[in-house]
Design a protein around this ligand. Sequence first.
Ligand code: FES
Length: 100
Amino acid sequence: MKTASPFLELDDAPRVTVTFDGMPLSLPEGANLAATLLAAGVEVFRHTPVSGAPRAPFCMMGACFDCLVEIDGVVRQACMIEVSDGLKISKPHEAQDDPA
Ligand code: FES
């Protein structure tokens, strides 16, 4: 019978490098992206388009959409993605709000 937490097994996973808003992060390959970004200290994944309120993962099962991020130009739910090497992650639509 398995007694150890499955989350502890992630400590043994090989690390890969991703970027979040240009900041390099070393995350465990194959782990849940939303969980590992939170564990790495990312507190805001996006801002709402109307009020600009900050959002971060809430349900962790694909229902709330508060974990939306842009990965290589496509807006996706971070809680539905596995970490893989070279992901370029950013807050979605942030560049469109830039008046420059
Ligand atoms: S955390 Fe709710 S959809 Fe991802």
